[in-house]
Design a binder for this molecule. Structure first.
Ligand code: FUB
Ligand code: ZN
Length: 620
């Protein structure tokens, strides 16, 4: 098995850091290890993640299910066959990625030791040729690479992502060695003139690009590109392709990727594919890929997305159905698909510096993703309907546990979505999250300190602290939902600032202590759906800032549930929530004599059981 010598470690580290500046997205995200989140909204979520989400994932993968035991068995340290679903390895890797990310901002020797132990099993479970998959190794060794649906590359992709995270967090190469052995094995087996392969569940593509960035080895990027180019040419074989209800479109194998325009098939698969395409296009200059991504983005966002930023309305394919088919009670809206929307939309913004992508990213993040986990961090939704009869509840785990483990890796990475930079275009403030961030624009190192209570109010104060006085643009995103705002620098109103693509740009020479003050208007908005969405005809939804609100029957204010209606005369005011929702703002509504109370959608099902709805009857 290949091991890095200490000299190689140094080279890899050097390569990796040099390479960071060679990435060709036109802006680079400021990674979360350079961003300390200080605000109340996200700190509550991060605390719940550290205290409960990670512990749940560890207990479930190690103690309550066979996931870790599958590795121990494949390592030859325990007798027995594989138990569970054939892609269960991926949950272990996603939990490990979450633990590793969490180590970066919250060092935890026990978690680090746990990772070391699990990595030991994983390394031993890896076959001498680099192959790694406990399902095949334990039960079906001779059938490797016979069914493209069987998630061998999907699991491998999650393993690579976890290994890169572990390397970044600890500097150790134990897991990265496993990842490069596996990826080298893939490169030797697949590619031009070798075996054809269409991964039945995308994920490996974006993971290989991450591995390329971490190691500087371009063959990983080339394999990712080759895998993308395999799609849409009839090479797909296996259960997906044999299933007459699914076929190649289910896993986006019906047309070559550069020809994609309509969204089809499984939602998570599509999001991971588009993220991988964006990553490869950023490195290889592929305008056809970008054009395809822009086309399909419009189809997703304008015709197939819920107000919560959730996607994939249909349970039968865990994905898309017909345009405007967006039922509320039956909405599938898998939590992983919302996470995928964040991954993809963030990348689209890094290409274009168009804030419309951040508007969508923020919508998915604050509603679709956050609803996926309880306020205490220990229970999870897989499916996220926009209406419930009161029997849909979060659970501690699922047989197919992709969502809890995805939440566990997503939350600690949230800091990476707040800022981006480019030497020419300066700083981009994409999300309003209280934080202290270190970044670099050209030769200028700076700290940006953001104070805000967003999304509860729209007041943002920012201090720009360059090491020495320097000129660079600071681009502030004006959220799409914001109708008016006021902006000042050092107390002086900025009326003439440039506004483009959803950003207002401040171009000046910055010196330490310069203060930006941004105030967004954040009224309660009554939103009408597209008339082509049958489920929402005669209804309205309530939104404030990025948060979609909902009615919960169990709220004391909503005892007249069947009579609650909105009309032109409805009035709204915000109120401080109490009990489990303390720290949040509720919205008190009044239509005629009837009063009612709305809470943020992400916080539903955290109190007593009862009905819930986002879209509310409306009577002119
Ligand atoms: O197949 C792996 C994951 O499990 C998918 O992304 C989810 O939709 C669930 O089916
Ligand atoms: Zn999932």
């Amino acid at each position: 098995m290949k091991r890095y010598s200490s000299v190689t470690i140094l080279l890899v580290a050097l390569f990796a850091s040099v390479h960071v500046f060679a990435q060709s997205y036109s802006t680079q995200p400021v990674p979360f290890n350079q961003v300390k989140i200080t605000d109340q909204f996200w700190n509550a979520r991060l605390k719940a993640h550290a205290n409960a989400t990670l512990e749940t994932c560890i207990a479930q993968t190690q103690d309550s299910t066979e996931r870790i035991n599958n590795f121990i068995k494949a390592a030859g340290l325990m007798e027995g066959g594989h138990e569970g679903i054939y892609f269960d390895d991926s949950d272990v890797y996603k939990a490990m990625e979450g633990i590793a990310y969490s180590l970066i901002n919250n060092p935890n020797p026990e978690h680090e030791a746990l990772l070391d132990r699990w990595i030991g099993y994983i390394a031993k479970a890896q076959q001498p040729d680099g192959y790694l998959n406990t399902f095949y190794t334990l039960n079906h060794s001779e059938d490797r690479w016979t069914d493209m649906e069987k998630h061998e590359m999907y699991c491998g992709g999650h393993m690579i992502e976890a290994a890169v995270a572990h390397h970044k967090a600890t500097g150790k190469t134990t897991f990265l060695n496993v990842a490069t052995n596996f990826a080298d094995y893939l490169c030797a087996t697949f590619g031009p003139g070798k075996k054809h392969w269409v991964p039945g569940h995308e994920e490996i593509e974006l993971a290989l690009v991450k591995l390329y960035h971490e190691t500087g080895d371009k063959k990983y990027l080339d394999l990712s590109y080759w895998l993308l180019e395999e799609r849409g040419h009839g090479y797909g074989k296996g259960a997906i392709w044999d299933n007459k209800d699914w076929g190649p479109a289910y896993c986006q194998d019906d047309v070559p990727v550069s020809e994609i325009s309509d969204i089809k098939g499984h939602a998570v698969r599509a999001m991971y594919l588009f993220s991988g395409m964006a990553d490869v296009a950023a490195e290889k200059d592929l305008p056809d890929y970008i054009a395809a991504l822009e086309r399909v983005w419009e189809d997703v966002v304008e015709r197939n997305m819920y107000i919560t930023g959730g996607i994939g309305s249909s349970g039968s394919n865990e994905g898309f159905s017909n345009d405007y088919d967006l039922p509320n009670k039956e909405a599938y809206c898998e939590t992983c698909a919302s996470i995928g929307m964040v991954l993809w939309n963030n990348r689209m913004n890094l290409f274009s510096q168009d804030a419309k992508y951040i508007d969508v990213m923020e919508r998915s993040m604050y509603n679709g993703v956050l609803a996926g986990v309880s306020l205490e961090g220990d229970l999870f939704f897989y499916v996220n309907p926009l209406e419930s009869e009161g029997h849909h509840h979060r659970r501690a785990w699922y047989g197919c546990a992709c969502c809890p483990s995805n939440v566990s890796r997503f939350l600690p990475s949230v800091g990476s979505y707040i800022y981006a930079t480019s030497d020419e275009k300066g700083v981009f403030v994409n999300l309003y999250v209280g934080s202290t961030a270190e970044m670099k624009v050209g030769n200028t190192k700076l700290e940006l300190v953001q104070h805000t209570n967003y999304p509860w109010d729209g007041n943002i104060e920012m201090k720009v602290q360059p090491e020495k006085e320097a000129s660079f643009p600071v681009n502030l995103r004006i959220p799409g939902c914001c109708k008016s705002f006021s902006l000042s620098v050092n107390g002086k109103k900025q009326i003439q600032s440039k506004q483009e693509n959803g950003y207002v740009t401040l171009e000046r020479s910055w010196k330490t202590g310069d203060k930006i003050s941004l105030i967004f208007d954040m009224p309660v908005e009554v939103v009408a759906g597209d008339p082509r969405v049958a489920a929402n005809v005669g209804k309205r939804a309530i939104q404030r800032g990025p948060l979609v609100y909902c009615l919960e029957e169990n709220d004391e204010a909503n005892t007249n549930w069947d009579k609650i209606q909105l009309s032109k005369k409805s009035t709204f005011k915000t109120a401080k929530a109490s009990g489990k929702l303390v720290g949040m703002l509720e919205i008190e509504g009044k239509t005629g004599e009837a009063n009612f109370m709305l809470i943020p959608y992400f916080a539903w099902d955290n109190r007593r059981e009862g009905r819930m709805k986002v879209w509310i009857d409306y009577n002119e």
